[in-house]
Design a protein around this ligand. Structure first.
Ligand SMILES: O=C(O)CCC(=O)C(=O)O
Length: 258
């Protein structure tokens, strides 16, 4: 029995994301918020941002949440392969924090030996009435984010199906150099309330506005993919160093990294 209705599937397919309003109750939001309050954070190197690493390992509450059908059901409907939990983390962000745009179906990927315009970890397809997304995330919001100033989730319309790269000339992260500050005609905001869940095709170019309001912006995120999808590592011997040039630590958020 599918978790998503035909209309929800259509919305996810055509926009690259789907918001399930009120997926979690106020009491559950309170439980998750209190649980995060118990856990340690690391500094991911972004201004006014604290990161909770590997939530399923850190807490039985989040271990259960990662496998909750309200998350896994919709994910299953868009991955359509045996599932693997790829990651689970939380972000607590304060005033003046930001998450620059990342993802994008055709954004250029620098490899040791050259540049390619396809990141196969997000390259999704459709066949016989089913979507096959190799990398989707569920974002569970624990704060209301009702304006751009609250640091709203934003995305470039259609970028999960883009054929041309957009961001390369804008890759500099300098202050106010990003599209989230300068704007772009199809950059669009999504406003959410605590308890909402956002199902995301990681091929969508997305990020958040700069948070200008006081107070915490809190969410937990879980990434899923087919069991055969693994973390990014050079082939043993390819660079002579497993943490060589192409290694990406999925636990550290960066531009152009999911
Ligand atoms: O905080 C958000 O709304 C988006 C989070 C996100 O894009 C990420 O964690 O990669």
């Amino acid at each position: 029995m599918p978790a998503l209705s035909e209309e929800e599937l259509y919305l996810f397919d055509t926009t690259g994301f789907l918001v399930v309003r009120g997926a979690f109750s106020a009491a559950e939001v309170e439980t998750y918020t209190a649980e995060l309050g118990r856990l340690a954070t690391v500094d991911p190197g972004f201004a006014n941002t604290a990161r909770y690493r590997d939530l399923p390992a850190a807490s039985p509450v989040f271990d259960r949440l990662a496998l909750d059908e309200r998350l896994v059901g919709p994910v299953r409907d868009v991955v359509n392969q045996p599932l693997r939990l790829l990651e689970g983390y939380g972000l607590r962000r304060g005033k003046d924090s930001v998450l620059y745009l990342h993802g994008g179906n055709s954004e250029l990927l620098d490899l040791g030996g050259g540049v390619v315009g396809r990141d196969l970890s997000i390259t999704h397809t459709y066949h016989d009435g089913k979507l096959y997304c190799p990398y989707v995330k569920t974002l569970v919001y624990l704060s209301d984010i009702q304006s751009q100033e609250d640091g709203s989730f934003c995305y470039v319309q259609g970028s999960h199906k883009a054929n041309f790269p957009l961001l390369r000339p804008r890759a500099e992260r300098g202050v106010r150099a990003s599209l989230i500050d300068t704007g772009f005609p199809t950059l669009t905001d999504v406003f959410v309330r605590s308890g909402d869940m956002l199902l995301l095709n990681e091929a969508l170019m997305h990020g958040t506005r700069r948070k200008l309001t006081d107070g915490d912006r809190l969410l937990v995120a879980f990434g899923y993919g087919p069991t055969f999808l693994s973390d990014w590592r050079e082939l043993d011997g390819e660079t002579g160093d497993l943490r060589g040039a192409g290694y990406v630590d999925h636990d550290v958020e960066e531009d152009f990294v999911h």
